[in-house]
Design a protein around this ligand. Structure first.
Ligand code: ATR
Length: 280
């Protein structure tokens, strides 16, 4: 909590880091909630991660976010890893505890499901199958989120089939790996479609996926947010599907982190979204 003799501090460690929108997000909230402090970009190469994390308590930081390339490495550095971060295999938020020890958490799954709730308040996660494209780090957080929300069937499809099979075996439950060649067919009867790959991002090719088999009442989600409307979302919108862009996941994953560090549960408002959108 804000304290007259303590300047609140948090930041994001990554390499490179200057592209990160997290400083804009958290500094907006610090000001909005009248807290005196700052959230700073921390350019930390992989070789410096452990020393940088260990310095957080001495510097008076409440914690930090982690981005590429640190999310997996941090698992082995922090003193305790939350069960969800362990399951996802990545830490995106570190909390400095009273005794100076470090706890690793992951709020990416929360950010994903909260973003869907915000954009599609009537969405029922148990309404039908989800199709998830991609089997990288982002996919792991999204699988955890969908499973924990009770999605009854998850069709996991990746260009390299062995990665999808490995993830399906690891997560188990409703997750089933399907061949890349069957991605169009796999959309039959789906309630949610999620792209977790970088395809569709500025500078990348669009995701190679024909939507004909997708029900028009399915929700189509992209984790890419530059551009805000990817070719996938544009074609989904044109044929009548509701769409959710990737910016909401970024904004919502920040909420529990901000609360853990500073004791205030911040809101994602249209004003905040517009402010970040203007930087894309
Ligand atoms: P992240 O941690 O951001 O998810 P990643 O672990 O590098 O990044 O995963 C990238 C994902 O995008 C993978 O699922 C990758 O598929 P492969 O496992 O086959 O590499 C997917 N991807 C990248 N380029 C792709 C392309 N041209 N077509 C289809 N999928 C692609």
């Amino acid at each position: 909590m804000s304290h007259p003799d303590r300047f609140l501090l948090a930041g994001v460690m990554g390499w490179p880091i200057m592209h990160s929108r997290s400083p804009k997000l958290h500094n907006y909230w610090l000001e909005r909630y009248g807290l005196v402090g700052a959230y700073v970009p921390l350019a930390i190469p992989a070789s410096g991660l452990e020393a940088a994390l260990r310095a957080l308590p001495a510097l008076g930081f409440s914690g930090c976010n982690l981005t590429i390339p640190h999310k997996e490495a941090a698992l082995r550095i922090v003193d305790e890893v939350s069960p969800l971060a362990q399951r996802i295999g990545a830490v995106n938020c570190v909390v400095v505890r009273e005794d100076g020890s470090l706890e690793g958490r992951n709020y990416d799954a929360f950010g994903f499901t909260a973003s869907l709730r915000e954009r599609a308040p009537d969405l029922r996660f148990d309404a039908g199958p989800a199709v998830v494209i991609g089997a990288g780090g982002a996919s792991r957080a999204i699988l955890a989120g969908l499973i924990d929300e009770g999605v009854p069937e998850i069709r996991l499809i990746n260009r390299s089939p062995e990665r999808a099979q490995a993830l399906a075996a690891e997560f188990g439950g409703p997750v089933r790996a399907l061949p890349w060649e069957e991605r169009g067919q796999a959309l039959h009867g789906a309630a949610i479609l999620v792209n977790t790959t970088s395809q569709g991002m500025v500078g990348e090719a669009p995701l190679d996926l024909a939507l004909e088999a997708l029900p028009v009442d399915a929700l189509v989600v992209d984790i890419v947010y530059v551009p805000l409307e990817t070719p996938l979302l544009a074609s989904a919108r044109t044929r009548g599907n509701r769409t959710v862009d990737g910016l909401g996941m970024l904004l919502h994953q920040g909420r529990p982190a901000f609360e853990a560090w500073f004791g205030v549960d911040p809101q994602v408002t249209p004003e905040l979204r517009a402010m970040i959108e203007a930087t894309l």
